[in-house]
Ligand binder design. Structure first.
Ligand code: ACO
Length: 312
């Protein structure tokens, strides 16, 4: 009977149908989605930390208001994504426990430090730009609650990308030489880690084949990385910054830019917990969870009192 259900499920996927929480799905489909959506949610939440670091030091009221709104948006994205994962039968407590004990992954990119104000602009331009490139296809993910959540997430990410680019353009056109150098230094530090966000090369990506078969992923890691490089080259020209890759050049035969080798040993080191800020990030999340215990306790006590009053 399982083989028959499986064949029906595959046929639905092939027909481009969306899967809803109460529909039958293979156990591995459910497990893959819980893995990807929860990792994605954790990335949004941990991703608040590097930029949150600059809220009190934003150079103007306008930049501060934008940054506050953006960091709050990331919190919202995390919450929609935890809700989407919950529809698959996993509890939020279990997901958060996995994050806080270091068992869960989150995006490698958020384990790098934000050393100057220009990093905030570069995160908007490159990191959110890479996130959009990866996330727009997920608006068509076969699992409907994830796809629906991604529509709003992508709209907000576009605003994040634009504000980052605009902030850098202001520094590059109206800034002092020192400010322009600050932008270039931030680009030099964030470029390679941004390319790593798309995940390992296709031939070293254990989940890709099955996820693409099931319409969880619509494009491969390398395809999206290439699209991102092609778009970033044009944008770097407009900004007047150099991308730190001597091998980067247009390849007319391929119709794409060639680029240099990515240091995958650095990627796996960061994913494995040994990046520049992994420990600091995890400590900040655990601290926030512990500091919030009284709020959770108070909400539960209130709910219990309401229930008791209801029953009386
Ligand atoms: N950082 C940390 N871990 C990563 C990264 C990364 N940049 N890229 C891949 N990995 C992990 C995968 O999670 C997987 O680990 P697991 O099997 O233990 O779960 C392993 O490396 C092998 O990678 P793949 O087989 O390629 O994994 P997958 O098919 O899940 O593809 C990808 C990875 C592209 C990140 C996919 O999960 C995805 O599209 N996720 C949704 C988008 C997302 O999470 N974005 C977060 C950053 S953007 C933001 O928050 C602003």
């Amino acid at each position: 009977e399982d083989a028959e259900r499986m064949a029906r499920f595959d046929a639905r996927i092939d027909a481009g149908e969306y899967i809803e929480p109460k529909d039958w799905m293979p156990a591995h489909y459910r497990k893959t989605l819980v893995r990807q959506i929860s990792q994605h949610a954790h990335s949004e939440i941990v991703g608040m930390l590097p930029e949150g670091n600059w809220i009190t030091r934003a150079p103007t009221l306008k930049r501060k208001a934008i940054l506050l709104a953006k960091v709050q948006d990331e919190a919202g994205h995390g919450l929609y994504l935890y809700s989407a994962a919950e529809t698959l039968g996993v509890s939020r407590d279990a997901m958060l426990d996995a994050l806080h004990t270091g068992a869960a992954k989150y995006s490698s990119i958020f384990n790098y430090p934000t050393l100057s104000w220009a990093d905030v602009g570069v995160i908007g331009w490159l990191v959110d730009g890479a996130a959009i490139m990866n996330q727009v296809p997920i608006c068509r993910c076969s699992y409907a609650p994830y796809a629906r959540a991604m529509i709003r997430v992508c709209r907000e990410e576009s605003f994040h990308q634009r504000q980052g680019f605009e902030s850098l353009l202001t520094m590059m056109t109206d800034g002092t030489p020192a400010q322009r150098a600050m932008v270039q230094d931030a680009v030099d530090r964030w470029w390679w880690p941004s390319l790593m966000m798309f995940g390992p090369p296709d031939d070293q990506s254990p989940n890709s084949a099955q996820s693409m078969r099931w319409g969880i992923k619509r494009n491969s890691n390398d395809e999206l990385r290439q699209k991102f490089v092609d778009a970033a080259v044009e944008q770097a020209n407009v900004l007047g910054v150099a991308l730190p890759d001597p091998a980067l050049r247009w390849n007319a035969a391929r119709g794409h830019h060639d680029f240099g080798a990515i240091d995958w040993s650095e990627f796996w080191r960061v994913v494995g917990g040994d990046g520049p800020c992994n420990r600091e990030r995890l400590r900040a999340r655990v601290q926030a969870w512990e500091d919030g215990a009284w709020v959770r306790d108070a909400a539960l006590a209130y709910a219990r009192r309401q229930d008791a009053a209801h029953e009386a």
